[in-house]
Write a protein that binds this ligand. Structure first.
Ligand code: SF4
Ligand code: SF4
Ligand code: FES
Length: 512
């Protein structure tokens, strides 16, 4: 351990801690910085994180300095403030300061640091700025504005160290130095939008989000990407009932600071035109009162003869649906649906977010032929939720023969088309729930946007089915479902699901 003094207060940090991290903890906020990033190698190029260390003749950059016993550090002295101001002044000589038309305005490192450390009288004579390319499409997802770049090299290091694709570089020298793609190359990898996240200014912008919304109008909710079994932690940025973008939330145990471009676009399905917005029976839209009547008529006070739960349902929904029927009548499948190829970074070949949830509740996944046979032999109402098994042709054939098929679904599709009664359920961004990722980590997500049309929370629909089938009442709240679930699956008092740890929870210990 190293004992040191930062801004007149004493602290103790483990040996090997960087002075940057120590100062952040001591000050309650990070030092000014452009190039430092917790999940990239240190570059030490922006010089913004300079601090005074007693006994050293010059200011030193904190990101490339380790803590030492006995260090006395000042982060807010006159000398430090002047140094930061000089560096900002240098950046602003050629910066276009086109904040009113910049997507980054409102979450820009240069704006923030100017407001914190700038607001000074400039000593630089205004001369003609060096002009560079303002709009350069450098890949399918990303646009570069070379004038705004502060040459922090974060994006370059990302493409070297994380994806290993090396598309980006800094070319030329002095005030002609510029960020660009290597000749003849595009920034075209499945993680390219992370460069937009880590760009501290508006030099790299997302083609999808560009000019879509001023960032200060957005509200945020904590989510889990539904795109694959990795379960990257995300921030769902939304406004007026629409999701505008997903940004990765840092979770060192799951996704570090990153997410893939494919997962980032999963929000589009929440608002797509195939959404099921009303209950439907035989092609006719129903009210919920009519749908409840139809449901009661189909169930006639019995449990469904077969419940098919897909890996897109939340853990809470799986738990409720599992208990609707005899354990032997509850299955999942077909198990080769929603599979693709993964990579060594984050993307998993399993393109569903909660297959491990099925396993943790003891729900068996069947192959297409076995599932089709079970549907064919059900002899009563079949309930399907959490996926669209009818996308498999063998299963679709069996579903088409089923006279009493009830589908709880987010989107129209083969299963909904085959259903006698289709009930519109909330998509992942419209509800709270839990997914269990490929590590077995329980990760909670919050409702971001309101449910459109007559869409209902799926646990409510399942509670109604439970009440109809068992001649009583189902659970009254998601909280009650969660309490039951925890009691049934975990040991007493092991977890409060309403206060899920930020890094998620692995039952029974293991790596937390
Ligand atoms: S484009 Fe952004 S991330 Fe890349 S070097 Fe320039 S400022 Fe840094
Ligand atoms: S790796 Fe998987 S969970 Fe992560 S962002 Fe991509 S699709 Fe989503
Ligand atoms: S953050 Fe330390 S030099 Fe850039």
């Amino acid at each position: 351990m190293a004992k040191l003094t930062i801004d007149d207060q004493e602290f103790e940090f483990p040996d090997g801690t960087s002075l940057f991290d120590a100062c952040r903890e001591a000050r309650g906020e990070a030092l000014p910085h452009f190039c430092y990033h917790p999940d990239l190698p240190v570059a030490g190029v922006c010089r913004l994180c300079q601090v005074e260390v007693e006994g050293m003749p010059k200011l030193t950059i904190a990101c490339n300095t380790g803590v030492r016993d006995g260090m006395v550090v000042r982060t807010r002295s006159e000398k430090v403030t002047q140094a930061v101001q000089q560096i900002l002044e240098m950046h602003l000589i050629n910066h276009p300061v086109d904040c009113p038309i910049c997507d980054q305005a409102g979450e820009c490192g240069l704006q923030d640091q100017y407001m914190d450390f700038g607001l000074y009288e400039s000593k630089v004579e205004m001369a003609a700025k060096v002009n560079k390319r303002k709009v350069k499409v450098i890949g399918p997802q990303v646009i570069l504005d070379q004038e705004r770049c502060v040459l922090c090299s974060r994006c370059v290091r990302f493409c070297q160290e994380v994806t290993g694709t090396g598309e980006l570089g800094i070319f030329n020298r002095g005030d002609r130095a510029e960020l660009d793609v290597a000749p003849g190359v595009e920034l075209d990898n499945n993680y390219s939008l992370n460069t937009v996240d880590i760009c501290p200014v508006g030099a790299l912008t997302s083609r999808d989000f560009r000019f879509a919304k001023r960032v200060w109008m957005l509200k945020s909710a904590r989510g889990v990407c539904p795109g694959c079994a990795t379960g990257c932690n995300v921030r769902i940025d939304h406004e007026g009932g629409r999701v505008f973008r997903l940004k990765p939330l840092r979770n060192p145990q799951v996704n570090g600071s990153w997410m893939c471009d494919r997962g980032r676009m999963t929000y589009k399905a929440v608002h797509d035109e195939r959404r099921l917005l009303q209950p439907v029976r035989d092609g006719k839209d129903l009210t919920w009162a009519e749908a409840s009547g139809a449901l009661a008529g189909m169930l006639q006070g019995r449990s469904p003869a077969l419940v098919v739960i897909g890996p897109h349902a939340s853990l809470e929904e799986m738990y409720l649906a599992r208990d609707l029927a005899d354990p032997a009548a509850v299955v999942s499948g077909p198990h080769d649906l929603d599979r693709g190829s993964g990579d060594d970074i984050l993307l998993d070949g399993d393109r569903s977010p909660n297959r491990k949830g099925l396993a943790s509740l003891g729900i068996t996944e069947l192959g297409a032929a076995d599932l089709a046979a079970r549907v064919g032999a059900a002899g009563g109402p079949v309930l399907v939720l959490g996926g669209d098994p009818g996308r498999d042709k063998t299963v679709a054939g069996a579903l088409a023969q089923c006279a009493n098929l009830i589908a709880i679904a987010t989107h129209d599709g083969p299963t909904v088309q085959a259903a006698a009664l289709a009930l519109p359920g909330a998509a992942w961004a419209e509800k709270a729930g839990t997914f269990v990722n490929r590590q077995g980590r329980w990760q909670g997500f919050a409702q971001a946007v309101a449910r459109p049309g007559a869409v209902r929370d799926v646990w409510r629909i399942l509670a109604e089915i439970q009440a109809l089938a068992h001649d009583g009442s189902g659970p009254q709240s998601l909280r009650a479902v969660r309490q039951d679930l925890v009691t049934s699956v975990l040991s007493e008092g092991e977890l409060d699901m309403d206060r899920m740890p930020e890094q998620g929870y692995v039952p029974g210990g293991g790596e937390q």
